[in-house]
Write a protein that binds this ligand. Sequence first.
Ligand SMILES: [Fe+2]
Ligand SMILES: [Fe+2]
Length: 308
Amino acid sequence: MRAWTDLDDFQTFIDEGGIVEPNDDMPDEFRQEVFRFVEFHANSELMGGLTERDWIPKAPGLRLKQIFLAKTQDEIGHAHLLYMVAADMGVKSRNQMIEELFSGKSRFHNVFHYQAVTWADQVAIAFLVDAAAFASQRAVFAECTYGPYKRVLKRIVAEEGFHLRHGEDMLMTLAEGSKLQHSMFQDALERWWWPAVQLFGPDSDPNDPLLKWKIKSERNETLRTAYIQKFVPLLQGYGFEIPDDELRYDDEAKKWVTSEIDWEPLKATMSNGGPDSRRRIADAATNWADTAWVRDALDAATINREAA
Ligand SMILES: [Fe+2]
Ligand SMILES: [Fe+2]
C-alpha cells in the first residue's frame, strides 16, 4: 500500500507516470473524482445496453438480430466491469449505484436520454454515438492513472472498436441503398448530430482535476473538434447534410467550424430532464424490479451453500 504526504506529493507521483491501485491510501479528492467518473461511465453503459436490447426484436433480419444481441451483451458486460471497479473504491455499493440510477438520482450520458424513432436512428447511434463514446473512452485509456479502470478499459475499448466498424457497415447500407433509406438516415442525422457532438461536453475547465490527475488525457474541446473534423466530410461524402446552417470550412485554420453550440439540451439531460429520460429510467427500473426474484434466488442459493 502506498501513501502520500500531501496533494503535492501525490501530484509528483502522477506526473512521474505513477498508477494508483485500490489498496493505496489515495487522497480522498482523487477517490471521489474517479469514483464519480467511473459510476457515470457504468450507468451510461447500462442505459446504452438497454437501448440496444430494445432493438433486438425490431432489427431487420436474423443476422442483425444476432449482432444486436451480441452488442447488448457487450454493453451490459461493460457496465458489470465498471460497477465492479466503482464498488471497489468504497464510496457506494453496487446496489446503491443501481438504485440511485433507477430512482433518477444519478446521471448518465446525454445520448441515452433521446428516443430512437426509426431503425435509421439505431444506425445513427451505432455510427455517430458509438464513435463519439469510443473517442472519449480511448482518450481516457491513453493515460488513466487508476489501475483497475485502465485494465477494464482495455477490453471495453477493444469491443467498442467492433461496434464502430459495425456502425460504419450499417451506415453504408443505408447510404448506398434506396432513396427512402437515404432519407431515413438524413432524418435520423437531424435528431442525432447535436447530441453526438455534445457528448464530449462543454470546454474543459482549466483546473479540471481529471486532467490534472491524468484520468483523462485530452480536453473536451480537443476531442469534440477532432470528431467534427472527421465526421463532417465523412457524412457529406455519403451525400448527407449536416443539420447546421452555419457550418463552414475555415480555410485559414483549415478546419470545420460549427455554429455556436447550445448547451441547454445537454444540461437538461444531466438533470434527467431530456426528451426520453423519464420513459427510459422508468422502463429500466421496472425491469430491475421484475427481475428481483432472480437476484433473491441467487442470494438464497449462496447462503444455502455457505451454510452447508
Ligand atoms: Fe460499451
Ligand atoms: Fe458500444
